[in-house]
Write a protein that binds this ligand. Structure first.
Ligand SMILES: *[C@@H]1O[C@H](CO)[C@@H](O)[C@H](O)[C@H]1NC(C)=O
Ligand SMILES: *[C@@H]1O[C@H](CO)[C@@H](O)[C@H](O)[C@H]1NC(C)=O
Ligand SMILES: *[C@@H]1O[C@H](CO)[C@@H](O)[C@H](O)[C@H]1NC(C)=O
Length: 164
């Protein structure tokens, strides 16, 4: 009887760390994939600033950026990257940073999506890059189409105005 008790005790002591570990595993992060704001997912890319010869130049360089502690989400970054100048690329890095640029450095190499493993600080269900890893989005074909039809209707409208 006591032997069984001791065995049970031993077993639970041995299993306890496994149970705790299982409890701590977070569900897989999803990649934000709504395209209504014009940006589509481009991939998980490497930051470039530590590469030799780049003198600290970022993968998404020459645009603008913002850091929102506790608040950053993918749609907030998308909105920011087209709020004034419309930037072709929007990237989320280190859970809280948003980088906007017209091009992605050719030195920035694609990584597996799982390398962008930090949850956004404003939405812990979606990925916001990682340490020196960027979840990159680019203006997609759908928004190009939207811009086209907007452009066409603007042309149509001015023709109409000219006729009147
Ligand atoms: C978008 O992501 C969700 C959650 O990860 C997934 O269920 C859905 O199939 C995805 N949709 C597209 C169009 O990829
Ligand atoms: C990824 O980026 C880091 C930081 O810029 C750099 O040190 C590393 O060499 C890069 N890796 C590759 C494969 O480019
Ligand atoms: C994720 O965010 C939700 C809502 O803000 C919160 O209830 C939950 O505890 C968070 N989960 C983790 C693992 O941080």
């Amino acid at each position: 009887m006591w032997l069984r008790r001791i065995l049970t005790l031993l077993l639970s002591i041995l299993l306890l760390p496994c149970l705790v570990a299982a409890d701590e595993t977070t569900p897989a992060l999803s990649i934000y994939n709504k395209t209504d704001d014009g940006y589509v997912y481009y991939g998980c890319y490497n930051e470039t600033m530590d590469l030799p010869g780049t003198i600290g130049t970022r993968a998404l360089n020459g645009g603008t950026n913002q850091v929102l502690e506790e608040k950053m989400t993918v749609p907030i970054c998308h909105k920011f990257c087209r709020s004034n100048t419309v930037y072709k690329f929007a990237g989320l890095e280190y859970a809280r940073e948003c980088w906007c640029a017209q091009s992605l450095s050719t030195l920035s190499l694609p990584f597996h999506d799982s390398a962008c493993s930090l949850p956004c600080e404003g939405d812990n269900t979606t990925a916001c890059g990682g340490y020196l890893k960027i979840s990159v989005y680019t203006l997609g074909a759908s928004s190009t189409r939207a811009a086209w039809s907007a452009g066409l209707s603007a042309v149509g409208f001015s023709m109409l105005v000219n006729l009147l």
